[in-house]
Design a protein. Structure first.
Length: 202
């Protein structure tokens, strides 16, 4: 599932490219169940001795032990379920308890202002965690025109991500259905902590 319609990209500093890569890695596993190739790719990742590096190593080791069928079932139980999954990965739901509420309307306003178009094939609300992370990656790399300034990135992050995504990742870490995705939750939580700290310092 992807709500963003990118146009390409521009050259950005290596640090920003790595940030965008992290957002896209998280998007890849949150938007759809991973394929066998996805799991194999993650299983080949290493990590340094930072908190994020350790989280990535744990995620990598679990990916190496997880079959595509197991990952698909975990995704189903967490995000789809029978009627509803264990978690509802939308900003509106986390912030108001309901879908299609004011956070989505605000997001759509900002998408229009930033030149981000919804994909015609996407039927779900744009405030899905995977779609928001794809948008954030696109703002960093200039996929929607030109790379956003740090101030623009922070404004989008503060308005649509920091208000609820850290809570979502903590919930993902502790969800009953989470095994592989518990490790992904740790990666997401630690990464967002770094982003919040970096934006605070800028």
């Amino acid at each position: 599932m992807s709500a963003a319609q990118p146009d390409g990209g521009v050259s950005v500093p290596e640090e920003d490219a790595l940030r965008a890569h992290m957002y896209r890695l998280l998007t890849h596993f949150l938007a759809n169940p991973p394929s066998a190739d996805d799991l194999k790719s993650i299983a080949g990742l290493g990590g340094d001795d930072t908190e994020l590096g350790r989280a990535i190593r744990t995620f990598s080791k679990l990916a190496a032990k997880t079959t595509q069928a197991q990952a698909a079932q975990e995704y189903q139980d967490l995000f789809i379920g029978v009627g509803r999954g264990e978690l509802v990965p939308y900003a509106s739901y986390y912030l108001t308890g309901f879908l299609h509420e004011k956070p989505l309307a605000k997001l759509r306003e900002d998408m229009g202002r930033l030149g981000i178009e919804r994909r015609e094939t996407v039927k779900e609300p744009e405030d899905h965690i995977g779609a928001l992370f794809e948008m954030m990656a696109g703002l960093i790399t200039g996929s929607f025109g030109q790379a956003a300034t740090v101030a623009q990135q922070r404004a989008f992050f503060d308005a649509h991500i920091s208000t609820w995504a850290p809570h979502f990742f903590r919930d993902l870490e502790g969800a009953q259905s989470s095994v592989l995705y518990a490790a992904l939750g740790t990666v997401g939580r630690v990464f967002l902590d770094i982003e919040i700290m970096a934006f605070t310092m800028d």
